[in-house]
Design a protein around this ligand. Structure first.
Ligand code: IVH
Length: 688
């Protein structure tokens, strides 16, 4: 057998095993054997890059290359559904449908409404060619590389599939995986996700597909907008299952609206046993030709409707109220409850939001309260069973002093929250600020909440700037630290000095400055000094920065302790200047859109992209008629090459590209990947 034949054989086998495992839940081989086959294929593909195939099972592992999602137009617009909340609404829907259908016989298909993120997959000749998010329904983000890492999304279809196929579904994160992921995040000091839907959506938009591959995602398919083999939606989805898609076997065909209601009643409780979240059911006219006849209104089809389940509530007793202090000093009242089961978890605490909400509820100790899970992790108290109230109960008043440091609380005009103004000495505020500072999207220092507590209690940290004077000797003596963990912490702190200025600006925790406003401010003002010296008007004129943020910035810099904090960070080499993105050096590639594919000798793909932009060109993701050049690296797939050839697009080799932009003649030769690594220490100015 030739290596090419073995590669083909392995790919076929692995596609089949993936299908058995993810879709049929019936693996024929052990994980160990699977990994062995995958490793053999990976080795062969490394050895023979000319046989690269973007649909190979090896592509599921993802890569570290940063994804820049391009916006692409949907082949078929992605519609949303009209919502209904009652039997009455459904009867109205049924009446509208029957009026248009007349005497003809028809059925509905009822499905569960999966609570995740919708995705549209395109297949050509059985191979996954594109995955788009919904976006605005007309255009979505191209997230193909991330989608490929999801086991339930087939890269290669089986059986008698249509040559051109567009199929839609919902990417969900099953609850078990979600809980494990959140536990891991909490352990690492990262903010846990509020719910599986947010976790799924955050995961799909990650920049590293390797990271996405680690997220426990699943795709449940529910709709085929392209031409289908049969006139029945239900049959088409059954066929889609045979092509390798994961179509949950939970739908039913219903003749009447009463049958639909029976389906709703059945799943209202039974859905809790499903491994993933659902938030309703979707009722669809089953016949595709009737669907076409019924058509659509401005935004939603007339042949389908969603019915939303009512949020689950539980009734329990209020034992006491705690007042929590956040990192900005905000006081949040939290109800301590008699433990109660709600949507699969035992709840002991629920949010009471703020003073206004507490007052509006007129909540009292020993009241029986109703709680509900919203979008947040912690459930909320939504109402009180006033009839069950003890007649001697007394209204609760909001606290006047900080429960942690005793400072008198203040409340800003127009703000719903009270807060503790003693930001410098109030322990939860200090620890909270450090926790924010080290967060993944801020300085990304590997420091868990419990360790911050430990360092704070040992008087080693008074604020985040103290991290930079922390030594190995300081840390190694602490409980639970060993040689490796102590060194890792010090290394991680050192590495954070390279974090770009906009993230530092977010990390230092100026009230009201989030990730986006930090980016905008860094781009406009370029340095912390310029922000500090900016007038209120200059700040206010900045996009997305209103009066509140502008005032907050000036207040921050009017405080000597804050200035000392910034100075200490500066003295220790933290970045307070935004690195200039060099302007295009030439306009050689002006107006040209260039597709990059494969890997290159001299530069990473990101560097190639930068080179294109610096010479006035635009990097685009897919080969189309309007592509100017295809920049072909090693291991480029034959389909891309063929497509480029069929459109008559010029294909450039790496060297031809360098020659085109005059590298080595009119431009300084940029650092190669290797030389760049060496140059980092010597701070030599290079192109990247
Ligand atoms: S059908 C034209 N079926 O709900 C019909 N949608 O509110 C397209 N969803 O954007 C949608 N489960 O993300 C359909 N079984 C299901 C669904 C479902 C979840 C989501 C989908 C859509 C949203 C509409």
């Amino acid at each position: 057998m030739t290596p090419q034949e073995r590669i083909t054989e392995l790919r076929e086998q692995l596609h089949k095993h993936n299908y058995n495992y993810y879709v049929k839940h019936n693996p024929e081989i052990s994980d160990f054997e699977f990994d062995k086959l995958l490793k053999e294929l990976q080795d062969l593909e490394n050895q023979y890059p000319e046989f690269f195939d973007p649909s190979s099972p090896t592509q599921r592992v993802g890569s570290d290359l940063s994804e820049n999602f391009t916006q692409e137009k949907h082949e078929y617009p992605m519609l949303s559904l009209a919502n209904s909340y009652s039997l009455e609404d459904l009867k109205d829907f049924d009446a509208r449908v029957r009026k248009l259908v007349g005497e003809r016989d028809f059925t509905y298909t009822c499905e569960l409404k999966y609570d995740g993120v919708s995705i549209s997959l395109q297949y050509k000749n059985g191979k996954l060619t594109r995955a788009l998010t919904r976006g605005d329904g007309i255009q979505g983000d191209n997230i193909t590389n991330n989608a490929k890492t999801i086991g339930t999304i087939p890269l290669q279809l089986h059986g008698n599939y249509p040559q051109e196929l567009e199929i839609r579904g919902e990417v969900v994160m099953p609850r078990a995986g979600f809980n494990a992921l959140n536990e891991e995040r909490i352990e690492q000091g990262d903010q846990p996700f509020a719910n599986p839907r947010n976790a799924a959506s955050g995961s799909l938009k990650l920049q590293s597909s390797k990271e996405v591959a680690r997220r426990p995602l699943q795709a449940n398919m529910y709709y085929i907008p392209s031409d289908t083999p049969t006139d029945s939606h239900y049959e088409n989805l059954s066929l889609a299952r045979s092509w390798g898609f994961n179509v949950p076997d939970l739908s039913e065909r219903c003749k009447t609206i009463d049958d639909v209601y029976a389906y709703i009643n059945k799943w209202d409780t039974k859905r809790k046993d499903l491994p993933f979240d659902t938030d309703g059911i979707v009722i669809k006219v089953d016949s595709i030709s009737l669907q076409e006849e019924l058509g659509m209104t401005a935004k939603t089809p007339r042949w389908a409707i969603a019915y939303k389940f009512k949020a689950e509530q539980a009734r329990t007793k209020l034992l006491s109220v705690d007042f929590q202090v956040g990192r900005q000093g905000t006081i949040t009242p939290v109800a301590n409850l008699e433990p109660v089961l709600l949507a699969g978890t035992i709840i002991k605490r629920a949010s009471l939001y703020n003073a206004d909400q507490m007052k509006a509820l007129d909540i009292r100790i020993n009241d029986y309260v109703y709680i509900e899970k919203g979008g947040e992790i912690i459930p909320k108290v939504v109402s009180i069973d006033v009839n069950a109230r003890d007649e001697h109960s007394q209204p609760l008043s909001f606290i006047t002093h900080c429960p942690e440091c005793g400072a008198e609380l203040v409340r800003m005009e127009d703000e719903a929250n009270f807060y503790c103004p003693n930001s410098k000495n109030c322990p939860p505020q200090i620890k909270g600020k450090i926790e924010h500072f080290v967060g993944r999207e801020a300085m990304d220092i590997a420091l868990a909440g419990a360790t911050i507590e430990q360092l704070y209690n040992a008087h080693l940290l008074k604020n985040a700037a103290d991290l930079y004077t922390l030594t190995y000797q300081d840390v190694i003596h602490l409980e639970r630290f060993a040689d490796k963990s102590a060194q890792n912490l010090i290394d991680s702190i050192q590495a954070s000095k390279k974090v770009p200025f906009h993230r530092v600006l977010y990390a230092i925790g100026i009230r009201h400055i989030g990730k986006t406003s930090a980016k905008i401010l860094a781009k406009k003002f370029k340095s912390i000094d310029a922000i500090q010296n900016a007038s209120l008007d200059e700040l206010k004129e900045t996009e997305d920065v209103g009066e509140t943020i502008a005032i907050s910035i000036q207040k921050f810099f009017n405080d000597d302790d804050n200035l000392a904090f910034i100075q200490k960070l500066k003295d220790n080499g933290v970045q307070f200047v935004e690195e200039e993105k060099a302007e295009a050096q030439t306009s050689i590639l002006e107006g040209k859109s260039i597709v990059i594919s494969g890997t290159f000798q001299q530069h990473s793909r990101d560097e190639m992209k930068e080179l294109i932009e610096r010479n006035g060109g635009k990097n685009v993701s897919g080969v189309s008629k309007s592509t100017s050049f295809l920049l072909a690296g090693e291991g480029i797939g034959p389909s891309k090459l063929e497509k480029a050839q069929s459109f008559g697009i010029q294909i450039l080799s790496e060297d031809e590209f360098y020659a085109m932009i005059g590298l080595g003649t009119t431009q300084e030769i940029p650092a190669t990947k290797e030389s760049q690594k060496k140059d980092n220490d010597s701070q030599q100015l290079s192109l990247f």
